[in-house]
Design a binder for this molecule. Structure first.
Ligand code: ATP
Length: 346
């Protein structure tokens, strides 16, 4: 089966500076991918290369089997069958919603265009808004109109450039989930660019995490969180602490954490290990003899996120239901679950 989008070792240069280096990526039809990473990691440059606004310095970009970019040829952006949605919605303020959505459909006869716009308004759950003006709509509604406009010419892929970042954080996650459902129902292939991992988790099937223009890890959201390849990935995704501990013959760690399982982990007696502890690896256990001093706490509504101190001074996170309310300086009885723990090479 041919991929809907195939990037083979794509690099993008600005002069001598490589903003994107050897990035490969495959999306099947109907899959939602995400380019995730900190500011400056090359997400936007790569998205612009897919859209055709930026040439590639090496590698190849193909869409639905058609080669769009190589180092010595490129198809013009307007011929790529790519739909774009931007952060600032970018609706035309002087056109009503119907004409905004119909903007890219000028080739269709009037009656057909009207039908298509009506269908798209239903798709984004805004029937009856055809005659409204952009300024009369909320941010979330405007973004759904922008989505309808991008989908109108039936692109082979939809590119979403930080589409929710101008919305407040609660609405952002909700809308990301809604847009995901909508794209999935219509079998639309899409790529989202964001620096917000919650947005990425809420929307994407597959995430390419970039660091300095290179792929740090390309994986499912679950694996990025639970099976990070390296410490950069572990620290960028989710909360957690990386602590150092020495392990003895029996698998016992020297800093109160407990024992490692011989069957599940690779280690040798005497090793100095780097361990990733997620807040969900440490649970409140009222009867536990293991008690750690609370050095910090943050109220999260349903949860408290505690910072706890090990005997050697290293700090670890712990998530509890928010009715478990222990003051800073006091001790919290805990249980460590080391079965899923990630061990990094030194
Ligand atoms: P952000 O989240 O801040 O938008 P990003 O991950 O999208 O960041 P890019 O915008 O792709 O990153 O930038 C990657 C690198 O390329 C950065 O170091 C940036 O300074 C550089 N860069 C981007 N555009 C240009 C340009 N037109 N000319 C020169 N350097 C550029």
């Amino acid at each position: 089966m041919t991929s809907q989008l195939a990037l083979q070792q794509v690099s993008v240069h600005y002069g001598n500076f490589a903003a994107v280096r050897d990035v490969s990526l495959d999306l099947e039809r109907g899959q939602i991918g995400c380019l995730l990473g900190p500011s400056g990691c090359g997400k936007t440059s790569l998205l612009r290369a897919i859209a055709g606004f930026e040439p590639v310095s090496s590698g190849q970009i193909a869409l639905h089997g058609e080669v769009l970019s190589t180092s010595n040829s490129q198809v013009a952006p307007e011929l790529r069958r790519v739909g774009m949605v931007f952060q600032d919605f970018a609706l035309f303020p002087h056109l009503n919603i119907e004409r905004n959505i119909g903007f890219g459909l000028s080739g269709l006869p009037r009656e057909q265009r009207k039908q298509r716009v009506k269908q798209l308004l239903e798709l984004v759950d805004l029937p009856g808004y055809a005659k409204a003006w952009p300024h009369e709509l909320s941010g979330g509604q405007q973004q759904r109109v922008a989505l309808a406009r991008a989908l109108a010419p039936e692109p082979e892929i939809l590119l979403l450039d930080e589409p929710f970042s101008s919305l407040d954080s609660e609405l952002r996650e909700q809308l990301a989930g809604e847009v995901r459902d909508l794209l999935k129902r219509n079998n639309v292939t899409a790529i989202l660019v964001t620096h917000d991992q919650h947005e990425a988790f809420a929307m994407a099937d597959h995430i390419t995490l970039l660091q300095d223009g290179q792929v740090a890890q390309a994986d499912t959201p679950y694996n990025l969180y639970h099976r990070p390849n390296n410490e950069f990935v572990a620290e960028f995704i989710g909360q957690g602490s990386i602590v150092t501990a020495r392990v003895d013959q029996a698998g016992r760690l020297d800093n109160q954490l407990g024992e490692l399982d011989k069957d599940h982990h690779h280690w040798h007696a005497g090793d100095q290990l780097r361990l990733l502890l997620r807040p969900d690896d440490i649970t409140h256990a009222p009867n536990s003899k293991k008690r750690l001093r609370v050095t910090g706490k943050a109220f999260r509504g349903a949860h408290y996120l505690y910072q706890l101190e090990l005997a050697d001074g290293q700090r670890v996170p712990c998530l509890t239901p928010s009715h478990v309310d222990v003051a800073i300086g006091e001790e919290l009885p805990v249980h460590f679950d080391l079965r899923q723990i990630v061990i990094f090479d030194r």
